[in-house]
Design a protein around this ligand. Structure first.
Ligand code: WT7
Length: 650
């Protein structure tokens, strides 16, 4: 194995030698929403006033009294203000020419398409909101959503915001245990799902997973089931109801709840450095202001744009940039249900051509996959409608960036590499495409109004260290649901009053940020966040496993791959079959996204004398690097054995 780092095929050293620069194309800059570099300085003078200007572009039932109250680690934005998110995404557009504009263009994997105008979406959301209310859902109740990428998922989310019931969307790739855990934590009694979804020509067994999960969720009293694939499923008479029956005769209009700016908008579970996912809490006024502002400026939205963010709605990117950001701006948003290789490897480019997409926002993993598939697929499609490209989720290596720029963008579309997190709610470090000179591999600079820094262990500003955010921003998380201690410990203890991101970063001489991946026990597998502990718990849950240690190792396409070192119980032998079984066990417990790529049976794991597993050594073994300091190791022979063995696995 070569010495590859967390950024695909590029080493950090090579990344920092990257000297290519791409100033904004003149024509692009001329008509951009922002084309003056002074935007940064103006925002920096008074960041709060800067955000207030965007907030004022939204519709409020009642204005805020005070824009910000900051008592670290808790921020309150737009105090006293009242608004409704669905009202801002729908009602305010239907009294304008946008009434008949496409709000949502959807394409199913089998090729079926639906276009909903703002008026259509408004009607559907109102009806579903009325149905939820009639079904007993009250303001403040948490509604769990486990659905495929279909318009009803966006409709359900918006309907929840209309009645002030926070949603908790669970990515459709999660397994029953993961669903159950999230339902329990959110104390949710209503679940929205579908029979299944289409994926690579097959059916995802959504309802079956739900049935399995709900065996231990006695509090869930209503399950609304959308018919999507028509596959055979079980309906439990006293609990399950078909979507169409649920909305039948629901009132056409549902008045929007007047929500407080600081009321919870949604919960979204994400992995942290323990085995238990964190319920990230987002609120109404600040979050909407943040996603509204960043969608408008980062993607340079114009009224004629057709915006496609390829993320699944089950992740924060889908929340912020498939649903809320684009719709708050009155943009046409595109949603696709399936995989990029169905029926052929040109599917994404066909979608762009067919719908005349102007802005495409996707992930480095996808870009690297497309690169490997070859130029013939994009080259056979007309991609001339594109004018701007985006990347998110993990560091993008310069090769992939330049390929994206050349082959997909035809050398005319700026590429915005956007850094942010589930916790941050919206994009924080990013180019402004009409202003910023791009450097492939760098997310460039903090968005206006955002203050970021790179610190060492002592809290001093340095050129390479930990990425932190030094001032509150409107979309920041307001806590971890029902776990304030963890919120404090995870983000605020390392540097008092400063938000710790968990990412490493470097600053170059022009003040550009180069993101270097996670510095904690969180892995980034194809842009999906998975904690090492979660996978370890899933492994030791298997009756034959005694101990497990999991690390992320560099992977050319996925960014990182999962390597699991497993010791099995005495009397068991580590066979190929057992290896498959254990990998399968993780899929069963968490979902395919957490399935280990490598599984190495170890007679022992390298430990310090105090018994702590030395992950750094495992990482070095997996990366094939020369081994670091082993003097604290209890039994150095363990490492030598593992190293030999890992070589054999390759
Ligand atoms: C982590 C957050 C942001 C929504 C999708 C992922 C990594 C994200 C970039 C980027 C380098 C990035 C970071 C971050 N990350 N974007 N442009 N360059 N790294 O959200 O699951 O909360 O993961 O993704 O490591 O901490 P998430």
């Amino acid at each position: 194995m070569a010495t590859k780092t967390a950024i695909g095929t590029t080493s950090i050293e090579a990344l920092l030698k990257e000297k290519r620069k791409y100033p904004p194309p003149k024509e692009f800059a001329k008509r951009a929403n922002v084309n003056r570099a002074s935007a940064y300085a103006e925002a920096a003078k008074n960041p709060v006033r800067f955000w207030e200007r965007f907030a004022r572009e939204l519709d409020w039932f009642k204005p805020w009294r005070k824009a910000l109250e900051w008592k670290a680690p808790y921020a309150k934005w737009f105090i006293g203000g009242k608004l409704n998110v669905s009202y801002n995404c729908l009602d305010r557009h239907i009294n304008t020419a946008r009434r008949t504009k496409a709000a949502l263009i959807w394409e199913g994997e089998p090729g079926d398409t639906r276009t909903l105008t703002y008026w259509d979406l408004y009607r559907e959301v109102n009806r579903f909101a009325s149905a939820l209310k009639r079904g007993g859902v009250k303001r403040g109740d948490r509604v769990t959503i486990y659905m495929p990428m279909v318009p009803e998922t966006a409709i359900a989310m918006l309907a929840c915001t209309r009645i002030g019931a926070p949603h908790s969307v669970i990515f459709g790739g999660f397994a029953p245990d993961a669903i159950r855990e999230r339902i329990h934590d959110a104390q949710s009694t209503v679940l929205l799902t579908a029979d299944g979804g289409w994926r690579r020509g097959g059916h995802v067994p959504l309802k079956k997973n739900v049935d399995e999960a709900l065996k231990e969720c006695p509090d869930v009293r209503t399950v609304v089931v959308l018919k999507r694939t028509g596959q055979q499923i079980n309906m439990q008479a006293d609990r399950d109801i078909w979507w169409d029956d649920f909305v039948k005769e629901a009132e056409a209009y549902c008045p929007p709840e007047k929500m407080d700016a600081e009321d919870m908008l949604y919960l979204l579970y994400t992995s942290g450095s323990t085995g238990k996912p964190k319920g990230i809490q987002h609120t109404t006024g600040g979050y909407l202001t943040g996603v509204y502002a960043t969608t408008k400026w980062v993607f340079d939205l114009h009224d004629t744009d057709v915006f496609w963010c390829t993320a699944d709605i089950g992740w924060v990117t889908g929340h912020s940039y498939v649903v809320y950001g684009p719709l708050a701006n009155g943009t046409t948003t595109v949603m696709y249900e399936g995989t990029p290789d169905t029926p052929d490897k040109d599917r994404f480019w066909r979608i762009i051509e067919k719908h005349g997409i102007t802005i495409c926002y996707t992930a480095p993993t996808a870009i690297r996959t497309f690169m490997r598939w070859g130029d013939e697929y994009p080259n056979r499609c007309d991609l001339s409608s594109l004018r701007l490209l985006g990347s998110v989720g993990e560091p993008i290596n310069p090769e992939a960036w330049v390929w994206y720029w050349k082959v997909i963008g035809g050398g005319r579309c700026p590429v915005v590499d956007t850094w942010w997190q589930t916790e941050t709610g919206h994009i924080l470090i990013t180019p402004l495409p009409g202003v910023t000179t791009l450097k492939p591999g760098s997310a460039t600079r903090p968005f206006p109004g955002i203050s970021a820094d790179v610190l060492n262990d002592k809290g001093e500003s340095v050129k390479a260290g930990y990425l932190v955010l030094t001032k509150p921003w409107p979309g920041m998380l307001r806590g971890i649901y029902r776990d304030p201690q963890r919120f404090q410990a995870q983000y605020w203890n390392r540097y008092p009053g400063v938000y710790f991101t968990g990412d490493g970063a470097k600053l170059d001489e022009e003040g550009y940020f180069w993101l270097l991946g996670r510095v904690d026990d969180v892995m980034n597998i194809s842009g999906h966040r998975v904690s090492t502990m979660e996978v370890e718990s899933a492994l030791v849950d298997h009756p034959l496993v005694a101990e497990a240690a999991v690390i992320g190792r560099p992977h050319e396409i996925k960014g990182q791959a999962i390597a699991a070192f497993v010791t099995i119980k005495d009397g068991t032998t580590g066979s190929k079959e057992l290896m498959e079984e254990l990998k399968g066990h993780v899929t069963k417990k968490i979902g395919a996204l957490a399935r280990p790529d490598d599984l190495i049976f170890a007679s022992d794991l390298p430990k310090t004398r105090s018994g702590k597993i030395m992950r750094r050594l495992l990482r070095d073994i997996a990366e094939g690097k020369a081994l670091g300091d082993t003097t604290t190791l209890a039994d150095p022979a363990v490492v030598a054995r593992l190293k030999d063995q890992y070589g054999e696995e390759e």
